[in-house]
Design a protein around this ligand. Sequence first.
Ligand SMILES: NC(=O)c1ccc[n+]([C@@H]2O[C@H](COP(=O)([O-])OP(=O)(O)OC[C@H]3O[C@@H](n4cnc5c(N)ncnc54)[C@H](O)[C@@H]3O)[C@@H](O)[C@H]2O)c1
Length: 415
Amino acid sequence: MNGRVNVGIVGAGGIFLAAHFRRGYLHVPEARITALCDISEPALRRADKSVKEGFEKRIAELKEAGDADTAALFADDAKRIRLYTDLDKMLSDAKPDVVDVCTMPNSHAPIASKALLAGCHVLCEKPMARTWIDTLPVLDAVKKSGKHYQHNENMIWDPDWYTMKKVVDGGMVGDVMAVYISAAHGGPEGGAAFWDPYKQGGGAMPDMAIHALTTAWFIAGFEKKPVMVQAAAPFGIARRFRRRIIAGGFREIEAEDDAHFMVRYENPDTLEWATTMIEGSWSYQDAPDNAVIGTAGAASFSKDAEGRNFVEVRSAEDSIRRIPVSGPTWEHYPSSYYGEIRDFIRGVQEKRPPMVDAEIGSESQAIVGAAFLSQARGRKPVSIKEFKDYARELLSRHGDKASDALIEESLMGLA
Ligand SMILES: NC(=O)c1ccc[n+]([C@@H]2O[C@H](COP(=O)([O-])OP(=O)(O)OC[C@H]3O[C@@H](n4cnc5c(N)ncnc54)[C@H](O)[C@@H]3O)[C@@H](O)[C@H]2O)c1
């Protein structure tokens, strides 16, 4: 396919409007949004209005910059977008080439599977599903349909981590031994759905740690595979700031608001390994700052007085080299969403599969599951195979309720 790629959006809420649309599609004319689908009529109306305003502003910018052709394309797109409250109707009516899933995690897997089996390529927000069990039908649908599936881990496309990867691949720290990544803030108190573990598959783990662990894996190298996981000091996987104001009430939280764990990755062919230390937190950062430690040096991020970002590589002799960060747009904004969306759309045009695919999304969920299991077993190391055997056993006992059973057992094991 060389022409523009038609995209249907499912879930026209926060991440779609603020990130995918404004920072992504408005800068990716290779894609044409033809349909918006949201089960909430008011959300759909709000999105329609916001998308029209977004196009207007971008068209004015493009005209100002002398790009009349793209301005004309977007002006035409804005007039043609169709609205749906029903996914089946959107699929049969609009027949998009690509479905972009931006709903909450409890609907990611069913929507993605349906869209794949209807013949669409799919890009889907993190986490891939609530649990590893929920990812299995998506893997089947990818296989059956032969369509592309991208697990949207936008941090990989952030100029900081993109530059870090170049530094690592260029051998500037030697062989990677350890990667520290912390994804932490004080909590999404404004979004009640985020605190519902049965909607999300947990709390800070599927919301925050999932970013850090897939990005750490990218830095360690996707050719290595996750093999062992261990919940770790200082807090393991825990409910720490236990009472929060959520949906207008001061209440006990059900899901974890803090997760610390290590993951060991091994290359099955060469047996080379690396360890990553992950923090995913809604209770502020406790772990050391982001860093990559190798056999010949260590790399971290820094800023200069003018606010420019660097990857700072410290060698064995303590010499410091500063590499300016750069990304697909050569600037911070709107790099990460722009990068993930543009690369996927280009991949569809060029028949090139995405780098962060369904296998990586699914294994990321297996890491999450193994970390919960390690916590439940007194922070003992748990292999990915052990976790999968345990999950398959739940599947044979609980059938289509197995994912809920897994979430329930994960919650029971929290500190
Ligand atoms: N990558 C990032 O940086 C980042 C940031 C924020 C959120 N997210 C992820 O994006 C996803 C959505 O988060 P959000 O903050 O946009 O949520 P949101 O609640 O603002 O938006 C979700 C929308 O989906 C709609 N919806 C729910 N079920 C649906 C269904 N079955 N069919 C069609 N529409 C449906 C809702 O009505 C809502 O409008 C989550 O998985 C979240 O983890 C990612």
